[in-house]
Write a protein that binds this ligand. Structure first.
Ligand code: 13P
Ligand code: SF4
Length: 303
């Protein structure tokens, strides 16, 4: 491990590179990253970094967002097949159809989507700022087409008296977390507080004390009075929280909620990516400015 760290340090220096890693990455990737966080935190970091090369350890749409925000930089992903199934659940043509069917409605697009889909949207959001964007980016009369995640959309709609139009997308990893998992963990750890990601089903978020993005979970547990937490999101989040809060205890709602695409990024592939400069993330020139407009429109809403 030490020799890998030394090699990574040399390669980063040589290429003036920064390694960004999502909270769902394998522990060994999180450990060598320069910056770790949720989708919003990583987007903000990608927008302000002074590095020439961004090595993105996450899924493809996240690396694409980094490229859109820093088009003059080179962005690489260690495995270009690390996709997000939810992002593939809607196409740009389907967004255009939705807009035709609901003339005048505004499109709010979760960042877990392709660049071409973002380009058809009015404003993006992450799970950290969905509520703030939905509340502040539109007028009270606007109908809001929320794509592609039906569960994040329904959670947001439950918090806000606005007219929403939903799409049928969802995260297969979060859908594996069931109310029974939470209840079993509550029986085993009666003092633990339940934190759920808004990509979970309504039956799961209904059991949570707080519904938070992964970055929101990190901030919340630091100041919470509770000492134990049941974490209803991708299972690696427990690693991040445990390392950052050694005096507190964290239990995954279930070990079955692993995102196979996030795990495609390995240490070997990370080293190879820095050695070879591959795979480079390219966003077509006709899409990039339009996608950038909807991502930038959301960056002012950080919570
Ligand atoms: P966060 O923005 O909360 O990190 O979530 C990203 C994601 O892909 C959740 O599945
Ligand atoms: Fe996509 Fe779900 Fe994996 Fe997040 S956890 S990257 S939404 S499949």
């Amino acid at each position: 491990m030490d020799s890998v760290r030394t090699k990574l340090r040399e390669l980063k220096k040589k290429h003036n590179a920064v390694i960004l890693a999502h909270n769902y990455q394998l522990p060994e990737i999180q450990d060598v990253a320069d910056f770790g966080g949720d989708s919003l935190g990583l987007s903000l970091e990608a927008a302000k970094t002074t590095a020439d090369l961004i090595v993105f350890c996450g899924v493809y749409f996240m690396a694409e967002t980094a490229k859109i925000l820093s088009p003059e930089k080179t962005v690489i992903i260690p495995d270009k097949h690390a996709g997000c199934p939810m992002a593939n659940m809607i196409t740009a043509a389907q967004v255009r159809e939705l807009k035709q069917r609901h003339p005048g409605a505004k499109v709010l697009c979760y960042v877990n989507s392709a660049a071409a889909v973002k380009a058809e949207s009015d404003v993006c959001c992450t799970s950290a700022n969905a509520l703030a964007v939905a509340r502040n980016a539109f007028s009270e009369q606007d109908e809001i087409i929320f794509i592609p995640d039906q569960y994040l959309a329904k959670y947001t709609a439950s918090q806000l008296a606005r007219k929403f139009i939903f799409w049928k997308g969802y995260c297969p990893t979060h859908a594996r977390i069931l109310p029974e998992h939470i209840q079993a963990q509550q029986r085993a750890h009666p003092d633990a507080e339940v934190l759920a990601h808004p990509e979970c089903t309504p039956a799961v978020t209904a059991l949570a004390a707080k519904v938070l993005s992964t970055g929101g979970m990190s901030r919340y547990v630091q100041q919470a009075a509770a000492k134990e937490f049941i974490i209803a999101t991708e299972k690696e989040m427990v690693y991040r929280l445990s390392v950052d809060n050694p005096r507190k205890k964290f239990y995954a709602a279930t070990d079955q909620a692993g995102c196979p695409n996030m795990k495609k990024i390995t240490l070997d592939k990370l080293v190879r990516a820095l050695e070879t400069g591959r795979e480079e993330v390219i966003v077509p020139a006709e899409i990039l400015p339009k996608a950038r407009r909807s991502i930038e429109a959301m960056l002012q809403y950080t919570v």
